[in-house]
Ligand binder design. Structure first.
Ligand SMILES: [Zn+2]
Length: 444
């Protein structure tokens, strides 16, 4: 039987090439696809008609770089410089178990659905358990199992070989619903030979790579001292940007003209996570030269240990604000630019090309925002209100492939009560275990 849903009396921000906005129309979804947007939709034969007065529909958001299970350390290592923060987090995370990752990922999924994210690009450990959450939640995702190389031959944590089995199995069982990447942590934590191995593996499995690049000037200086090359050029020399699938180079903040040229020519996607940089007091330049040159900049929350939440509307707003401020140019990241970074460009990172636009024939991956709130009135410009006023909590409904993941602010696929209970209990256990392990290690 055809599953037909009509969203009546709705305003639609399409984010199409012309930036079309439809006011007070009907948007029809049939079997997961948008089949009509306009006045003429026939209300007589709808299986479900939904009144959407005072609601705005827009493409669902894509969180293009995050570590969703890091919500377990949210608020645990505050007010520390980047390196000290990283060390403190690693101590806490050393106590995490696969079951903890499952509940942490479920907490992240619940938060993302509630704040309008429909797809995410997640990078962490025990990703088999994160994949379970993706399947159960109905979200779309690309997953990366992080691997580290230390020294010439030593791998830390899960090795590359272990992740191969996971990737092959997931490719078979998810039938293309979940994309996977090879996940070396970064050029500063993975030696040259280890990175070469990940490139070989990407070719063997037909994959891309998702890693962290050039987050600080110190990392750039270190790379030049070690390899006589800046991080982007070092990775390029190893073939990290010439893979069967795209390369996701998260952050890539400290770059020169030659780096920019490489990022454009090699079609690299660069997730930008400004709230993390500001919270950890990491100086970063404006993305103006990247935007002007055509680098594909998407947006992400990064891990909630550093953001410290997963609200993509906050990232959209902060991206517009910080780059206006840095360039002293109010026209920087203007209009719907940040919305497109958080939808269309992010979609390329999770393998959903064509996503990020509400049009006939597109998958019904959309969110509804309740504009009936004091901070969202008046509506001179829907786009301006979406960029500068909407909060994740204004999202009232979320649909992926025509299925409701949230309806009238109620989660439809996840048991929120149990998730909150498990997450709270486990977060404290994880941190205690991590500290105990560190004390044992120091003592031994
Ligand atoms: Zn990250």
């Amino acid at each position: 039987m055809t599953n037909r849903i009509a969203l009546n009396n709705i305003d639609v921000v399409t984010l199409d090439d012309k930036g079309t906005i439809h006011r007070n129309v009907t948007l029809v979804v049939e079997n997961g696809i948008i089949t009509e947007i306009g006045d003429s939709a026939d209300g007589q034969i709808m299986s479900t008609a939904v009144d959407c007065t005072d609601k705005v529909a827009m493409p669902g958001l894509v969180n293009s770089h995050c570590h969703s299970p890091m919500n377990m350390v949210r608020g645990w290592a505050e007010d520390l410089p980047f390196v000290e923060w990283l060390e403190a987090i690693w101590v806490a995370e050393s106590g995490i178990t696969p079951d903890d990752v499952y509940w942490a990922a479920a907490l992240g999924a619940a938060e993302m659905i509630r704040s309008g994210t429909v797809a995410y690009n997640d990078k962490y450990f025990y990703m088999d358990r994160v994949a379970d959450v993706v399947q159960e939640s109905g979200l779309k995702a690309a997953l990366t199992w992080t691997v580290f190389g230390m020294g010439e031959d030593t791998e830390v944590g899960s090795g590359l070989d272990e992740t191969i089995d996971w990737i092959k199995e997931l490719d078979e069982t998810s039938q293309g619903r979940i994309k996977t990447y090879i996940g070396p942590h970064s050029p500063y934590l993975c030696p040259e030979n280890f990175l070469r191995k990940t490139v070989d593996l990407a070719h063997e499995l037909g994959k891309g790579i998702h890693l962290h690049v050039a987050e600080t000037q110190e990392q750039v200086d270190q790379s030049i001292a070690r390899y006589n090359l800046r991080p982007v050029q070092h990775l390029d020399s190893l073939g990290v940007f010439d893979l069967p699938d795209v390369t996701i180079a998260a952050h890539t903040l400290h770059i020169d003209e030659k780096d920019v040229e490489i990022l454009v020519n090699k079609n690299v996607i660069v997730p930008h996570c400004p709230i993390t940089y500001m919270k950890l007091a990491m100086p970063f330049p404006s993305i103006k030269k990247c935007v002007d040159a055509g680098v594909q900049i998407s947006l992400g929350t990064d891990g909630p240990g550093s953001n410290a939440d997963m609200d993509m509307f906050a990232v959209i707003r902060q991206t517009a604000l910080i780059h206006k401020y840095q360039t002293i140019d109010p026209a920087m990241i203007s209009g719907d630019t940040a919305l497109r970074m958080a939808t269309q460009t992010g979609a390329k990172a999770v393998g959903m090309s064509g996503h990020g636009m509400l049009k006939v024939g597109a998958a019904a991956d959309l969110i509804l925002i309740d504009m009936n709130a004091p901070h969202l009135r008046p509506v001179h410009s829907i786009v301006a209100n979406l960029v500068h006023c909407v909060k994740g909590s204004d999202v009232c409904d979320v649909m992926v492939d025509g299925n409701w993941l949230m309806r009238n602010r109620e989660l439809m696929t996840l048991d929120e009560e149990q998730i909150l209970y498990e997450a709270e209990k486990r977060a404290h256990d994880i941190v205690c275990r991590g500290q105990k392990q560190l004390r044992q290690y120091v003592h031994d």
